[in-house]
Design a protein around this ligand. Structure first.
Ligand code: NIG
Ligand code: FE
Length: 391
C-alpha cells in the first residue's frame, strides 16, 4: 500500500479482496472498492464500477475491515506490575489489590510522563488497527488526580470515562469515599468525561455504592458503564440493565438470570479476553451470550495489572479460541460491537456515511486475525479518511 503523503479530498480503495462492511445490506463483499470523501465513506461497491477520486489506492486483493473500536482501556497510569504478573503465573490469584500499586505510581508521576505513556499506548493500538479508543481514569482516586487523568485522556479521545470508583484508596472508609466520588470528585471530573464507570465487585464497591455512583454520574449527564462480574458472581450485570448502562464489562461469571436480563436490554456485554489470559481465569462463554441474543463487544481492558495489551487482533484470536466465537462474530464484536458499547452509529461499520476508519490487512480474509495469531497482519490504517499508519 503506497499511500499519498497529502490528505486528498477523495480517495478510492480498489481491488479489495474481502471487504467486511458490518452494514446489514452490504454484508461482506469480494473484489470491492470504497470511496472516501471528506473523512466519510461516500460509496461502496464492485471494484470495476468504482467512481474516480483524487487518489487511487490499489489494495491488491487484501482484506479490509472497519477500524477496531476498543471500548474499554485504562491508559492513564505510571509504573509496572510485571512482577505481579509473574507471581500470578506462578500461582498467586488476581484480586484487584494491585490497583493501589498503580495508584501510588500514577499520583507520583508528572503530567508529561502520564501524557507520554498514553501517547505511546494509543500509537501502539493504532498500529494494530484501533481507530477509536475509550480511556478511563481510575488510578488517581483523589479529586485532583482523577481530574488530571481525565484531562490527559481527553487529549487523545472523546470517549473518556470517569472511574473514580475503581477501588477504595488505602486507609479510606468505603462509604465516605463513595460519597466523595458522587460529590466533589464527580463535579470536578464530569466536564472532562462522557461516561461514568464503577468496579462493582467484592473488595471494591458493593451494589448500593455502585448504584449511587452510576446514578450520580447519570444525573451529571454522563452515560453509564460498569465493571461487572469479573472476579465472581455478583450484582453488577443486573445493576447495569436496571440503570440502562451502555455496557457491562468483563461478564466472566454470569448466572442464567444475568444472561436473560442482558438479552432483553440495550446493554452490551463487553468481553475482555486479555484479562482472563493475564489473570489465568476461566473465559466467559460468548457463544452462550450470542445464542441468547445478547449484543457482545470485545475490548482490550489495557491496564498494567490485569491485561497489559493494546492488541484487538489478540482479543479476536482469544475470543475465537477460548470463548467459542466464530471469526466473523469476533470481528463484528471488535468493531460494530465496540461501537454499540459506546452508543456510536458513525463508527464500527463501513456503510455510506460512516466515518472512514478502516484497516487493511496483509491477508486475504479477516479470518486470518484468528487463524494467524500473534502475527502483525495490519498493513495500513485509515482514520477519519486519512492514512494514519502504514507498514
Ligand atoms: O478491568 N477490574 C478492575 N480494573 C481493571 C484492573 C486494573 C488493575 O489491576 O490495575 C480491570 O481488569
Ligand atoms: Fe477494566
Amino acid at each position: 500500500m503506497n499511500g499519498p503523503v497529502l490528505h486528498p479530498a477523495s480517495i478510492v480503495l480498489t481491488g479489495i479482496g474481502e471487504l467486511t462492511t458490518n452494514d446489514p445490506e452490504l454484508g461482506t463483499m469480494r473484489d470491492a472498492a470504497v470511496v472516501i470523501t471528506d473523512g466519510r465513506v461516500a460509496w461502496v461497491g464492485p471494484s470495476q464500477r468504482a467512481p474516480a477520486a483524487d487518489f487511487q489506492l490499489p489494495i491488491a486483493d487484501a482484506a479490509v475491515l472497519p477500524g477496531f473500536v476498543d471500548s474499554h482501556a485504562h491508559l492513564v497510569f505510571a509504573g509496572d506490575r510485571s512482577a505481579e504478573f509473574a507471581a500470578r503465573m506462578a500461582g498467586e490469584p488476581y484480586t484487584g489489590g494491585g490497583i493501589r500499586t498503580t495508584v501510588a505510581a500514577t499520583r507520583a508521576a508528572g503530567e508529561d510522563d502520564l501524557r507520554a505513556n498514553v501517547a505511546r499506548l494509543v500509537e501502539e493500538a493504532a498500529r494494530q488497527g484501533t481507530t477509536t479508543i475509550e480511556i478511563k481514569s481510575g488510578y488517581g482516586l483523589t479529586v485532583d488526580d482523577e481530574r488530571r487523568s481525565l484531562t490527559v485522556a481527553r487529549e487523545f479521545t472523546a470517549e473518556t470515562t470517569f472511574l473514580g470508583a475503581h477501588v477504595v484508596p488505602a486507609g479510606a472508609d468505603a462509604d465516605a469515599y463513595a460519597a466523595l466520588v458522587c460529590g466533589e470528585m464527580l463535579t470536578a471530573c464530569a466536564p472532562h468525561a462522557r461516561w461514568v464507570d464503577v468496579f462493582c465487585e467484592r473488595g471494591a464497591f458493593d451494589a448500593d455504592q455502585s448504584a449511587a455512583v452510576l446514578r450520580a454520574g447519570i444525573a451529571a449527564g454522563l452515560g453509564a458503564r460498569i465493571h461487572a462480574n469479573q472476579l465472581g458472581p455478583g450484582p453488577g450485570v443486573r445493576l447495569a440493565v436496571e440503570l440502562g448502562a451502555a455496557s457491562a464489562d468483563h461478564c466472566t461469571h454470569l448466572s442464567t438470570s444475568d444472561i436473560d436480563a442482558l438479552s432483553t436490554s440495550d446493554t452490551v456485554a463487553t468481553l475482555l479476553p486479555g484479562a482472563e489470559f493475564a489473570t489465568r481465569s476461566p473465559y466467559p462463554d460468548a457463544r452462550a451470550l450470542l445464542d441468547a441474543g445478547v449484543t457482545v463487544a470485545l475490548a482490550t481492558d489495557c491496564n498494567p495489572g490485569s491485561s497489559y495489551t493494546t492488541s484487538m487482533p489478540l482479543c479476536v484470536a482469544l475470543a475465537v479460541r477460548e470463548m467459542r466465537m466464530t471469526p466473523a462474530q469476533a470481528v463484528w464484536a471488535a468493531t460494530a460491537g465496540g461501537a454499540k458499547a459506546l452508543r456510536r452509529t458513525d463508527i464500527g461499520h463501513l456503510g455510506v456515511g460512516a466515518r472512514a476508519d478502516l484497516v487493511v490487512l496483509d491477508a486475504p480474509s479477516a479470518v486470518y486475525l484468528a487463524y494467524r495469531p500473534g502475527v502483525p497482519l495490519v498493513k495500513g490504517v485509515v482514520r477519519n479518511g486519512e492514512l494514519a499508519w502504514q507498514r
